[in-house]
Design a protein around this ligand. Structure first.
Ligand code: SAM
Ligand code: SF4
Ligand code: SF4
Length: 337
């Protein structure tokens, strides 16, 4: 039985994010810009994807190393055929007490009940504005807000809560939607989280000027509603939590760019083709697929995961401003955010 390793900065591994596909039915401009992710783009072929059995083996190995939290992501995870079967396999791992999925919500209306029945605990739904013209411009496939709201409703009805709502804030694009979004979700059981626009990948043309800082987001909300901070509940909590002074609930702000939290980063990420990344901003991963396909037993898998985590040094967000030159970072749609 492997022990629970800590990395070179004394961080344990608690949380595994599993990308199940690199495809998506949206083309969010900050994630999969149409100019790059068009019909010429080479997505992973089916044989390259980890099978559900292989994903389960990796998840079980991580559980033996201390992981208690799994999140399915993508691309758009609900596009992966038979995802409910994977959910059921992962839900059966005894160490896992939190099984979540991040989705754009487009298919949630028709899939929420089956996902809940398969054993999914909760969903996070991404929604960047309540204004159709803003949202359609951001998802770039003219997908309407109401369909996402219907998906959120279906997830709530299916018991897939507490539901979190992720809103990426990009300057000049949707910062005017901050107050509307806060007002809409305030007083509901859904917790809104504002996310700083990040420099993941190399295709979204990120520049610092497009980032609306966590501080600016908080000031905007404080002026409108009156808010106060809430103490974090656990190590590795990435969102700083705030509550409305009128008692109508809370929201989170994820300041990955201006308020890095690498010191508490307990996450590993598995890409759809089985590469393991220990940082969202990694330039390369470790191929676990070959190990899985060459070894019917899990000793080498366990050993590899243990060695990778023990040697981990990642703290990209704390060092980004001192880095110079261009590096080829993995795309968000590849490892899932
Ligand atoms: N397709 C699903 C979705 O959109 O929820 C799951 C995958 S998506 C890559 C996961 C999360 O990453 C979403 O909440 C999305 O808004 C966020 N994201 C994508 N690109 C980002 C960026 N450049 N900066 C900050 N967040 C980003
Ligand atoms: Fe697709 Fe999610 Fe990326 Fe948008 S953020 S393009 S929905 S993977
Ligand atoms: Fe974790 Fe890397 Fe993000 Fe730092 S930059 S919090 S190490 S994923």
């Amino acid at each position: 039985m492997p022990s629970a390793p800590t990395d070179t900065l004394d961080r344990p591994v608690k949380d595994l994010r599993i990308s199940v596909t690199d495809r998506c039915n949206f083309r969010c401009t900050y994630c999969m810009p149409k100019e790059i992710f068009n019909s010429d783009y080479r997505y992973l072929q089916r044989a390259a994807l980890l099978t559900f059995e292989e994903i389960e083996r990796v998840a079980r190995s991580f559980a033996r190393h201390g992981v208690t939290k799994l999140r399915l992501t993508g691309g758009e995870p609900l596009l992966r055929h038979g995802i409910e079967e994977l959910v059921a396999r992962l839900a059966a791992i005894p160490e896992i007490d939190d099984l979540a999925l991040t989705t754009n919500g487009a298919l949630l209306g028709r899939m929420a009940t089956d996902l809940a029945a398969a054993g999914l605990h909760r969903v996070t739904v991404s929604l960047d504005s309540l204004d159709d013209s803003v949202f359609m411009g951001m998802n770039d496939v003219a997908f309407p807000v109401q369909n996402v709201l219907d998906g959120i409703g279906a997830a709530a009805d299916a018991g897939l809560g507490p539901i979190k709502i992720n809103m990426v804030v990009k300057r000049g694009v949707n910062e005017t939607s901050i107050i509307d979004m806060a007002r809409h979700f305030k007083g509901t059981s859904q917790t809104l989280r504002f996310i700083e626009y990040m420099d993941v990948g190399t295709t979204n043309g990120w520049v610092m000027d497009d980032v609306v800082s966590a501080k600016a987001i908080v000031e905007t909300l404080d002026q409108e509603f009156g808010i106060e901070p809430i103490a974090p509940t656990y190590r590795g909590e990435v969102a700083k939590r705030w509550r409305y002074k009128d008692g109508s609930g809370e929201f989170g702000v994820i300041g990955s760019v201006t308020q890095p939290f690498c010191g508490n980063c307990t996450r590993a990420r598995l890409s759809a083709e089985g590469a393991l990344y220990t940082c969202l901003f990694a330039t390369s991963g470790t191929d676990l697929r070959s190990i899985l396909r060459q070894n019917p037993h899990d000793e080498e898998l366990d050993q590899t995961i243990n060695t990778i985590w023990t040697n981990r040094t990642d703290r990209y967000s704390e060092t980004r401003t001192s880095l110079t030159g261009s590096v080829t970072k993995v795309e968000m749609s590849h490892i899932g955010g």
